[in-house]
Design a protein around this ligand. Structure first.
Ligand code: PMP
Length: 383
């Protein structure tokens, strides 16, 4: 059977149009954007064009708000450590939703070792942030609050505008990890009231190895990676021109095509959800409506996610079991525990994230593979 790739939250393929555009930066126009000769100037021009395109995709005030990084992990680290260390007078409290990606939670935990206090804001059983808890947790000492735009494991989209209003009442900065949402739903940093936004290229059909941090004008942030002073001094090191130029092209395409593509994918998603929920003791995880258009996530009782992943892979259908980026650990996903699942329930999860290559015709093949997988694993299960 031909491969049906269903793990677009972990990585998307590079769009062929992106590769066509960016390939010249690998072997021909490979100059260093900081060099003053004509090759360097040409590289600088391409870098600045990519900056404009990314700024346009999220409606940033201007292109100077975009700092290119090596990915979302780096953007999250710069946002969190950079604002905490630059604003000691504000206070030493940090807040993050309980379902943040590890690249948000771990830098915050590191700051905890240096005297910062971290509060995790709970979510409800669908993954939506508990607004009352947010109000209670934030104080005048809270320097930064992190809430992701949409969750990569359960697809839930957070009410960012409402959250931003509350965060700003206390004078805290709002950092939003938009990795899972970028290129799938419209993001408008000005309208949403976002101070810092992390982005990743390879989650929107750009090359791996590039990401960006949006920094709203006026936000006080310091470098955590000193060096040659590239990217307004916030991310030193020679820019990955191929990946960044590709990210820019991917942003341009996403801005133009996102609405139609998301409509197309949501039809496939809805069909998938309807059919997979016909399997005995299967449940949707995440929000039924406030959900990414390409995202369908489930749990099955009495089986285990790693075996689901391996079995689906034998049908040539790559899927994820949840914590895609840390699936080497056999710990249940902190996201599934945060939405109130018990350990044994959190183990039986399957996350399907759709993309360009998927069509409605894939649905019966995916459903058949899922049914067979669940049946066979339950027969073997001691539970
Ligand atoms: N945040 C979220 C929500 C993610 O899903 C991921 C991984 N795709 C990351 C951050 C980290 O991204 P990267 O591995 O590109 O640094």
């Amino acid at each position: 059977m031909e491969r049906i790739y269903l793990d677009h939250a972990s990585s998307t393929p590079v769009d062929p149009r992106v590769f066509e555009y960016a390939k010249r930066f690998l072997m021909k126009d490979f100059g260093n954007p900081s060099s003053l000769h004509s090759s360097g100037l040409e590289a600088r021009r391409a870098l600045e064009e990519a900056r404009e395109r990314v700024a346009e995709l999220i409606n940033a005030e201007n292109e100077k708000c975009i700092i290119f990084t090596a990915g979302a992990t780096e953007a999250n680290n710069i946002a969190i450590k950079g604002t905490a260390l630059r604003n000691p007078a504000k206070g030493k409290k940090l807040a993050a939703s309980a379902i943040e990606h590890m690249s948000v939670l771990n830098p915050m935990k590191e700051l905890q070792k240096n005297g910062y206090e971290l509060s995790r804001i709970p979510v409800d059983s669908t993954g939506i942030l508990d607004i009352e808890s947010l109000r209670n947790i934030l104080t005048e000492d809270t320097v930064l609050t992190s809430v992701m735009y949409a969750n990569n494991e359960i697809g839930t989209i957070e009410p960012i505008k409402e959250i931003s209003d509350i965060v700003h009442e206390n004078g805290s900065y709002l950092h939003v990890d938009a990795t899972a949402a970028l290129g799938r739903i419209a993001i408008d940093v000005q309208n949403d009231g976002i101070d810092l936004l992390s982005l990743s290229s390879n989650d929107m059909y750009g090359p791996q190895g590039a990401g960006a941090l949006y920094v709203k004008p006026g936000v006080k942030i310091q470098s955590i990676l000193p060096g040659g002073g590239q990217e307004r001094g916030l991310r030193s090191g020679t820019e990955n021109l191929f990946a960044i130029a590709g990210m820019g092209e991917a942003a341009r395409i996403a801005k133009r095509e996102m609405t139609a593509e998301s409509q197309r994918l949501s039809l496939i998603r809805d069909e998938l959800i309807e059919e997979i929920l016909k399997i005995d003791e299967s449940y949707l995880t995440g929000h039924p409506v406030s959900r990414l258009p390409n995202h369908a996530s489930f749990r099955f009782s009495r089986i285990e996610g790693e075996s689901i992943l391996l079995s689906m892979d034998m049908y040539n259908i790559p899927v994820s079991t949840g914590s895609a980026c840390s699936s080497k650990t056999l710990e249940p996903s902190h996201v599934l525990l945060a939405i109130g699942l018990k350990h044994e329930e959190a183990h039986g999860s399957m996350v399907l994230t759709l993309g360009h290559s998927n069509s409605l015709e894939d649905v019966p093949l995916i459903v058949e593979a899922a049914k067979n997988t669940v049946e066979r694993l339950r027969m073997l299960s001691p539970l």
